[in-house]
Ligand binder design. Structure first.
Ligand SMILES: Nc1ncnc2c1ncn2[C@@H]1O[C@H](COP(=O)(O)OP(=O)(O)OP(=O)(O)O)[C@@H](O)[C@H]1O
Length: 653
C-alpha cells in the first residue's frame, strides 16, 4: 500500500536522547521573541518571596473580578472551601477521639463501643467535607465561563469602538495582540488560582488548628516535615518555566510548520512547489530538538524531585523521632501522635496546592494586567465626537486637510482642499501611493485629519454625532474582507439595522444592480449559501464574484455618500459595465470614485488628480485633457494600449 504520509524515519544518529546540546540549534532560522515574552521573562527572574509579597494585592484583584462577574459563585467558591476546611479540622479531632478510645485500657468490645460516636462524627465530617468540596468545585467551574464571557465582551466592545487610526499604530496593535493572546485567557486563571490558593491555605490552616488543639508542640513538627516538599514544588515549577522560556522560539517555529502543513490557505502553494519533503524535514529537525529538550527537563525534574523527596524523607524521620520522644516522655499520648501523622498528609497536599497557586497567580496576573492596561488605553481612543444631529448634506468641504500616518515622515494627504456636492460624481485619480484611498477614508470619516477641517454643510465634522454621520456613508473598499456569512447576510450587513418601514433597495435588487444576482442563484443554496469553505456546505467565490457581492452590499446600504475605491478592479467587462450604470449621478447621492481605469472617470463631474499626497489638478475630463499634466499623460498611456491593439486588429483583418 502506498504511504500517504511518510516522513523520514528517525535514524539512530537522530535519537534525541543520544545527542548533546547541538550547535545545529544555533543554526535555526531567527525568530523574534513573541510580544508577550517580556512577561514570561519578568516572572522567571522574580523570586518566590517577591511573588509572595505581592500576593495580597493580586488576590484582591482576582476577587474583585470574580465578584463583579458573579457574587453568588464567588461566595460559594470561597465559602464552601472554608467550610470544607472546618470539617477537615473536625474530622482530624474526631479521628483522635476514635484512636483515644481504641488505645484505652479495657476489653476490646467495650473500647469499640466507646469509639463509635467519634467514629460516626469522623465519617460524617469526611462525607460532608467531600460534598462541600464537590459543590465548591462546581461553583468554581461556573465562574470560569462567566468571567471569560465578561472579559471577552469588554475587550471586543472596546476594540470595535476604537478609531480606525489606532490600528495603524504598531504599539497599539501589539498591545491588542498581547491582550487577546494571553491577557484574556488569564482572567479566569487568576480567579482559579486564587480559589486554589484559598483551598490550599485553608487546608493547611485546618490541619494546623487540629494538631494545635491535640498538642501545640505538634505544630512546629508538622511544618518542619512539610516544608521540604513545598520548597521542591517551588523549584520544580521554576525549572519548568525557565525551560519553557528557553524553548519557546523553537516551539513557535514548530507550530508554524505544523500550521503550514495542515491549513487550507497554504495547501495549494505547498503542493504547487512540492514543498512537502522540505517541510517534513524541517518539522523532523524541530521535533528532534524539542524531544531532546523535553528529555533534559524530565531528567532535571527527576533530580530535583529525588533530592526533594530525600530531604522530605529525612524530615519525616526527624518527625517520627520527635514524636517517639514525646511519646516516651509522656508529653503526648499515642492517639495524638497517630493523628499527627495523618495530619501531615493533609498539610503536605494543602501546601503543595498553595505553592503552585501562588506561582501561577503571579504569572497569570502579569498577563491579565496587559489586558487591563490595553482596555484602559483603548478606551481613550474611542472617538467621542459631537452631538449635532446629521441627516444628509448638500456639500462636504475639505479645507487644507492633511493626514500623516503614525511613525511616518511624510503626509499621505497633504493640505488638500476640495468640495463634494450632493448629486455629483467626483473621481480621485493618481498613481499608486499618491494618497487617493487615504483621502477617500478622510471624506468617509474613517480617519480624522491630523490638520485641516472637514465640514458638512459648514459644520465641522468634529461637532457632528459620529454614529449619524457614519450612517450617511457607504464604502466599497479596495481591500474588502471575505465575511464568513451567507450570501444574503453578506449583502444585508451593509444596512443590517434598517427598520422595516424605512424605504431602501431589497437584497436581490442590490445584487442585480451589482451583477451578482445570477451568480448567487447558481450557488448550491442560492442566497443562503455559506461563503466559507471551512464549514460544512460552505462555498468560496472567485475574486470577481466576491467583488460583485461587495458592490451589492454597498448599493444595499443606500447611503447619501457612496465611496467606491477600485470597485471594479476584479470585475469582468460585463459586470463592470453593469455596476457603472448604477454609479451614475443621482440627485440624493454623492459618489466618490477611485479607479485606475480612466475610461470609467470620463463622465465624472469633476476629477481630482493626486500626486504624493497633494492635489495637483482638478476639472472635468475635457478640461484636464486640454492641459499638459499627469491626467492627460496617464489617460493617453492607457488609451495607447487600446489604440495599438485596435490598430493591430484592423491591420490583420
Ligand atoms: N495604514 C497605513 N499606515 C502607514 N502608511 C500608509 C497606510 N496606508 C497607506 N499608507 C501610505 O500612505 C501613502 C498613500 O497611500 P494610499 O493607499 O492612500 O494610496 P493610493 O493612492 O490609494 O494607492 P493605490 O493606487 O496603490 O491604491 C502611501 O505612501 C502608503 O504607503
Amino acid at each position: 500500500m502506498t504511504r500517504v504520509i511518510g516522513p523520514r524515519p528517525p535514524s539512530e544518529q537522530d535519537d534525541p536522547s543520544e545527542q548533546d546540546d547541538p550547535a545545529e540549534e544555533a543554526g535555526l532560522p531567527e525568530l523574534e521573541d513573541p510580544h508577550w515574552m517580556h512577561r514570561a521573562t519578568e516572572f522567571a527572574h522574580t523570586t518566590f518571596w517577591s511573588v509572595a509579597r505581592r500576593l495580597p494585592a493580586l488576590v484582591r484583584e482576582a476577587l474583585a473580578l470574580a465578584w463583579r462577574t458573579s457574587r453568588r459563585d464567588t461566595i460559594a467558591s470561597i465559602g464552601l472551601n472554608v467550610a470544607a476546611g472546618v470539617l477537615t479540622t473536625l474530622g482530624l479531632l474526631a479521628t483522635t477521639g476514635v484512636l483515644q478510645q481504641l488505645f484505652a485500657a479495657g476489653p476490646t468490645p467495650q473500647r469499640i463501643r466507646a469509639a463509635v460516636p467519634a467514629l460516626v462524627l469522623a465519617a460524617a465530617a469526611v462525607t460532608v467535607r467531600g460534598a462541600l468540596t464537590v459543590a465548591a468545585g462546581w461553583a468554581q467551574a461556573r465562574l470560569v465561563p462567566q468571567i471569560n464571557y465578561a472579559v471577552e465582551l469588554r475587550l471586543f466592545e472596546t476594540t470595535s469602538a476604537v478609531e480606525l487610526a489606532a490600528f495603524d499604530d504598531a504599539g497599539f496593535a501589539e498591545e491588542m495582540d498581547r491582550a487577546r493572546d494571553r491577557g484574556l485567557a488569564e482572567a479566569a486563571s487568576i480567579v482559579n488560582d486564587t480559589v486554589n490558593l484559598v483551598t490550599g491555605v485553608v487546608g493547611v490552616a485546618a490541619t494546623a488548628v487540629a494538631v494545635t488543639v491535640i498538642h501545640p508542640l505538634l505544630l512546629p513538627c508538622l511544618l518542619l516535615a512539610a516544608a521540604p516538599e513545598a520548597v521542591t514544588a517551588v523549584r520544580m515549577a521554576r525549572h519548568q518555566h525557565l525551560d519553557w522560556l528557553a524553548r519557546i522560539t523553537r516551539r513557535r517555529r514548530k507550530w508554524m510548520l505544523a500550521d503550514l502543513m495542515a491549513e487550507r490557505r497554504t495547501a495549494a502553494e505547498i503542493r504547487a512547489y512540492q514543498m512537502r519533503e522540505f517541510l517534513l524535514a524541517e518539522f523532523h529537525r524541530m521535533m528532534t530538538l524539542e524531544t531532546r529538550a523535553e528529555l533534559r527537563l524530565a531528567r532535571s525534574q527527576m533530580l530535583t524531585r529525588g533530592v526533594g523527596l530525600s530531604i522530605t524523607g529525612v524530615a519525616t524521620f526527624v518527625l517520627y523521632a520527635v514524636l517517639g520522644g514525646l511519646l516516651l516522655t509522656g508529653v503526648v499520648v499515642l492517639a495524638a501522635a497517630a493523628t499527627a501523622l495523618l495530619a501531615l498528609q493533609s498539610a503536605r497536599a494543602g501546601l503543595r496546592t498553595a505553592v503552585f497557586a501562588t506561582n501561577s497567580l503571579y504569572e497569570d496576573a502579569l498577563y491579565y494586567q496587559d489586558y487591563r492596561n490595553f482596555v484602559d488605553r483603548a478606551l481613550q481612543r474611542v472617538p467621542v465626537g459631537g452631538t449635532r444631529p446629521v441627516d444628509g448634506f448638500e456639500r462636504i468641504d475639505l479645507d487644507r486637510v492633511s493626514l500623516r500616518y503614525p511613525d511616518t515622515e511624510t503626509a499621505a494627504v497633504d493640505e488638500v482642499s476640495l468640495t463634494v456636492r450632493r448629486g455629483e460624481v467626483i473621481a480621485l485619480v493618481g498613481e499608486n501611493g499618491s494618497g487617493k484611498t487615504t483621502l477617500a477614508k478622510l471624506i468617509a470619516g474613517l480617519y480624522r485629519p491630523t490638520a485641516g477641517v472637514i465640514r458638512w454643510d459648514g459644520v465641522d465634522t468634529a461637532e457632528l454625532d459620529p454614529r449619524q454621520t457614519a450612517a450617511q456613508v457607504a464604502v466599497m473598499s479596495q481591500d474588502w474582507w471575505k465575511f464568513p456569512f451567507t450570501a444574503r447576510q453578506n449583502i444585508r450587513i451593509g444596512r443590517h439595522d434598517r427598520p422595516a418601514d424605512r424605504p431602501g433597495p431589497n437584497i436581490e435588487d442590490a445584487a442585480r444592480d451589482a451583477a451578482a444576482h445570477d451568480m448567487i442563484t447558481e450557488l448550491p443554496f442560492g442566497y443562503d449559501t455559506l461563503l466559507d469553505r471551512q464549514f460544512k456546505d460552505g462555498q468560496d467565490l472567485s475574486g470577481g464574484q466576491w467583488q460583485r457581492l461587495v458592490a451589492a452590499r454597498g448599493l444595499y446600504r443606500d447611503a447619501r455618500l457612496l465611496i467606491c475605491d477600485e470597485p471594479s478592479a476584479a470585475l469582468d467587462a460585463r459586470a463592470e459595465h453593469a455596476l457603472f450604470q448604477h454609479l451614475r449621478r443621482h440627485p440624493d447621492r454623492a459618489v466618490v470614485l477611485i479607479t485606475h481605469r480612466l475610461a470609467n472617470v470620463r463622465h465624472a463631474d469633476r476629477i481630482f488628480v493626486m500626486d504624493h499626497g497633494r492635489l495637483i489638478q482638478q476639472g472635468d475630463h475635457d478640461e484636464l485633457m486640454a492641459q499638459e499634466g499627469l491626467y492627460r499623460e496617464l489617460f493617453e498611456l492607457q488609451a495607447a494600449g487600446y489604440l495599438a491593439q485596435a490598430g493591430e486588429a484592423a491591420a490583420e483583418s
